[in-house]
Design a protein around this ligand. Sequence first.
Ligand code: DGJ
Length: 714
Amino acid sequence: MALISFAPHTGVWLLSTARTSYALRTDETGAPCHVAWGPRLTLAEAAELAVPLAPPASSFEGRPAVGEELPVDGGARYGVPSLQVRFADGSRAFEWQPAGHRLDESTPGTAELALDYRDRGYPLDVTLHYRVHEDSDVVERWTVLRNAGDQELTLPRADSAAWTLPALPGYRLSHVTGQWSAENTLHREPLPAGETVLGSRRGVTSHHANPWVMLDAGDATEEQGRVWSAALAWSGSWRITAQRTPDGRAGFTGGAGHDGASLPLAPGEEFTTPVMAGLFSDGGFGAAGRAWHAYTLAHVLPRPRETAPVLYNSWEATGFDVEPAAQAALAARAAALGVELYVVDDGWFGGRRHDRAGLGDWTPSPDRFPDGLGPLVREVHRLGMKFGLWVEPEMVNADSDLYREHPDWVLHVPGRTRTELRNQLVLNFARRDVADWAYGWLTRLVADHGIDFLKWDMNRAFSEAGWPERTGGADRVATGYVHHLYGVLDRLRADHPDLRIEACSGGGGRVDLGILARTDQAWTSDNTDAADRTRIQHGHTQIYPARTMAAWVTDVPNQLTGRTVPLRFRFHVAMAGLLGIGGDLSRWPEEELAEAAELVAEYKTVRHLVQHGVLHRPAGPGDDGPTVVQYVSPDAEETLLLAWRPPLPHGAPRRPVRLAGLTPGARYRDARTGAVHHTTVLTGYGLTLDLPPADWASTAVHLVRVPDGEVPAS
Ligand code: DGJ
């Protein structure tokens, strides 16, 4: 069946993915309405569902609050508007008038539908976009709004899309919350009647919530059940509102910006919302996660097939004390462990000796690097590693030459305090000159020094987010900032195709599908405590693949939590993502260095499974036993299990772990012990883990398929 098809007699558009269907139509009033989102349908079957929006229970009621593709402010609508508009004469509201459609199937494996509408009396054009790919069940949606008049209009709200769920006996919401160093706490809770708002007003995606939601009927598990989910590809403020209506329906709407922020649209100007991607999955949260991972690898990340190198980062070892000799010594130790990328973190530039000065002055500190960065870069390359460097291009300390020269470059409001967080101010990237300045020094820095990797940090939220030099600047700054940020990253990548970039925002404060489209990985959290990480990483992988999840092994007691766990446990937790090391290697005893080298070597034999394999989560961090993750190669020839045992009460159950995704009828050999296991046993009965009953015990089990003809040793 075509990816997108149309039935003229019913007016139904049917989007068909491998396992799911999404259907919509323009209804009798001219408004785009939801028809279906769930298991696969034919056009005829979808037509059966194309009924008018549920009639109100009485003539007192207006249009149902959920059920439209983009509920507007207008007419008898009282739910959450996805689109609000204010015209120059003060008139508000939008009245749908269909204006045609465009179907683009020119890219093999992809189809894109654009449904055009205009307002019946005012000059605003609205186009709803839908895109599907043959290798994914994800439906990408976004909206383009165009001022077709000759006077400015304002958009108090312009969401990307609204999504409607079928009538279910109940609804449960899954999402994550957090804070700095405590990202991604997963919540699964009944969706309350009314409106539940998730979002960020910080100008950045935030540690506090992440722009995705999942809804289910309350009966889905990791392995089973129907789950409807969506994620926003946006790195600024955002809002997703889930609604559970009094008549027992549910849906959600999402987009850029937060309440109170309005977007002006000049005559002829267009605003393209970020993509909000949606997914229906009937294999529980595990299958939903795997589908998001596959989509992110196939359609979001710029270089998903690459093997991420094992990196070393100097931050926890040296802090701001970046001295070339000490860095070279650390680099030598890192290289001896098998590290492939050495990253110098904060403290290499200007007057940066602490977080109160120097940010913005992006030249190597002359007293520390009298000959520039060149000698250190060459030394790292000589040691056989790539060279990475920390930057924070969107920020400035008040105590910096840049700020003294350009005090107007920061977000500010005349007459108001310039509030500092982490002793720094936010450069207004919405200004073309600021974005060009950042692009200029970054591209020169990378070119001049042969830099292979940038850790791009962003350490504070917006405040006093004004732009007084531009008329209407305060309303344009939030979206303009993100667009220019994306532009600088895109230009930099275009200039330096071999450059790789890590997205960081004080850890995981800016992880989303928008930033991941132009970076290679994300710094998951500043919290490197391996015990806390099992929970943070569990939340991260609900949507984002392990290929994006940077994880370091650091010193104990952990700098943040004071917790001490064994080196092996720290490695096994970091091996669940992109392994890095961030400890002070100059203080690691010889036996730990030797163990670390072995574990780095082991990671290199299994990282293809972690980075490009399929993730199953047999036991999560909240369960009553060890936490277990399993990665299976796409051809099911190999699998890796990582298990971590937190402190458990005496007598806690010791259950075998049932594996998933293996070839039926096959046998797998444990690469370490040589033991051979049958798929039937592994998946039906489970593998007994060789985990001692001790706190912070951990194991990595690599199983490789035994060739079919091989006679088992008796
Ligand atoms: C916050 C990052 O998340 C840390 O890893 C480190 O790079 C510091 N910033 C440096 O200031």
